[in-house]
Each structure stands twice: as C-alpha cells, then as structure tokens.
Design a protein around this ligand. Structure first.
Ligand SMILES: [Zn+2]
Length: 323
C-alpha cells in the first residue's frame, strides 16, 4: 500500500474517533480468485476466521490448510462449497454447514488475484465497501452509524452475525438471489408460495410466520405491541423502553426467533421438512432459555418453568440478579 493510502487510513481512524463510535479496524484478505487465501485460517469473510466461527466443521475438514479456491466452486455465478469431510457432518455440525452455505452464497470469486483490504466498520463484522467509499461515508454520512447493531451479551456470536446480516439485507432469500442474477425456478416464498420472498416476508410477514410472532408476544405478555417489520424484530426496544435488562433479553429472544424461523425455512427447502409452527415455538423457547440462562448471572439462575410461564418476570428492573 502506498503512503497516501496509509495517511487516509489514519485520517479515517481519527474521523471515527471524532464521531464517537467505537470502530474496529483490521487488515483482511480481499477475495479475488482465492488461490492465496487459506479457507479456514485467514480472515476473508466476516470478522474472524472460519475455523473459529465453524469449529465443528473445521474438526471434520480433511485438509485444514486448503485454499478458498479449492473449497468454493462457482456454478452459474453462485458460490457453493466443494467439501471434503473426514466423516459426514452430523448434529450441530449440520447447523454450522447450513450457516456456512448461506454465508458463501454472498461470496464473489473472480479472476483477479487476491489482495489486501483495510476494513473499518462500525460493527466490526463484515465490510463490503471499498476503502474510499468507507472514508467518504465516515466523513459525510453520519447515517452510516444506523447500520451498526449493538452487541447483545445474551446470544452467541452466530446469532449476532445473523441479525446483523438481516438488517444489512444480506440473507439469501429468493428476492436477493434474483437481484444477483441467480436463476431460480421461482421467486415466491417457499412457505406460502404466494408472495415474493423478501427478507421481511421470510422472517416476519409471511402468513405462515405471523402466528409464531403472535404466540411469542403472548408468551412474553406483550399483547400491546406488534412485530410487523424487520426493525421491530431486530432493533426496536418497544415493550421494554427504559428497561435495559428487559430490552436485552427480549431482543435476544427475537433474534433467536428470527434465526430459528430461517433455519426451519431452509430445512423445508433443502431437507423437505414439514413446516410446524408449534415445534418452531418450542424450539425458540428452549433454545432462548439455554443461551440466555447460560449468559446470565449464576447467583440467581433463570428457572425453566418460570421462563416457559412468563419470561418477562426476568425482565423486571426491580428484580436483582440477572444482568
Ligand atoms: Zn410466505
């Protein structure tokens, strides 16, 4: 990199400091043809190397030092995994594989050589902007901060990444794949087969999904609010405004709900699993209990029966313990 570019980087860092947001910056590899990038060890998609995010799959990898070029096939301008496992993934490794396949769809392999990329990003997770775009954004567009999503300590990293991708419109629903010019036999929602599948439709508005949200609101005793768009599902603290603990665990539950809804949508498409709202709700209840209780203070643990009865109990600002 030339001297001028380094000067710009330093300047951008200062701008970031000045607008008072916590930015992370790093040098990452920028994918070209993928021949000089290690698939598992380098940081080339997302904010960490894939062996950390998908450690179960990494254990099953038969060649740990394989390159990106060797693990990704480009079929009709869609990137798909060219896997070689020491034994077939099972159990939670299958969840990881679904995640990883979703992530790889957005990767563009080209004929250019791989290069280095300076990434400076409010969320520290994923950056597609070129550096000059980003510097301009930092200088002139304070709205860029709206794209960041504060962390939530009650969920694992993969749930945070998923939620972040939702608000960045980076979930491979059919409308997004269609925009990328990928040839699909249909762009309709795989659940209702009636509406164009946008991200908002796939996670919130599909008639096969609204009943799930209604029941989650019932479960949380939040019948006075509605979840009718992505903002309300991922960002808004409606229902728990001015209650940081309540708003965090309610948000964690909503993020987990979106993730599990998306997982079951994929299971239906790719494994022919029957769409079963009651089973999805149970999974959201037990999975949110497991993740949130594990990440809460151990002195006053969250009880499963109370969680199932009314999780808002744990959101009370007067209740000491959780947090
Ligand atoms: Zn639908």
């Amino acid at each position: 990199m030339g001297r001028t570019i380094w000067k710009e980087i330093i300047k951008a860092g200062k701008v970031a400091d000045n607008i008072g947001t916590s930015f992370t910056s790093s040098i990452t590899k920028r994918i070209g043809n993928g021949t000089s990038i290690s698939f598992w060890h380098d940081i080339w998609v997302g904010s960490e190397c894939l062996k950390s995010t998908f450690h179960r799959l990494f254990m099953l990898e038969s060649r740990k030092d394989v390159t990106v070029a060797e693990r990704i096939l480009n079929v009709n301008s869609t990137s798909i995994g060219n896997w070689d496992w020491s034994r077939p993934p099972s159990g939670r490794a299958i969840d990881e594989l679904t995640e990883l396949n979703n992530l790889l769809i957005s990767v563009n392999i080209s004929d250019r050589p791989d290069s280095w990329k300076f990434s400076l990003d409010a969320s520290g997770i994923y950056t597609t902007s070129t550096m000059s775009n980003l510097i301009n954004k930092l200088k002139y567009d304070t709205n860029s901060r709206n794209l960041s999503l504060p962390k939530n300590k009650y969920v694992p990293q993969k749930i945070y990444i998923f939620s972040w991708r939702v608000i960045q419109q980076k979930i491979p629903v059919r409308s997004e794949l269609d925009k990328k010019g990928i040839d699909l036999h249909t762009i309709l929602c795989p659940l209702c087969e009636h509406h164009f599948e946008t991200i908002e439709h796939a996670l919130v508005n599909c008639q096969k999904i609204t009943s799930i949200w209604t029941q989650l609101l019932d479960w949380w005793n939040q019948n006075n609010i509605r979840i009718s768009n992505i903002n309300e599902a991922i960002i808004s603290d409606q229902g728990f405004t001015h209650n940081p603990i309540g708003s965090s665990i309610w948000q964690a539950t909503k993020w987990i709900a979106c993730y599990i809804i998306w997982k079951h949508r994929n299971l239906k498409i790719f494994s022919g699993k029957i769409w079963n709202p009651a089973a999805i709700i149970s999974e959201i209840q037990s999975q949110s209990f497991s993740w949130i209780s594990n990440r809460s203070r151990k002195k006053t643990p969250i009880e499963w029966h109370q969680w199932l009865l009314n999780p808002s109990f744990y959101a009370s600002p007067n209740r000491m313990g959780i947090g």
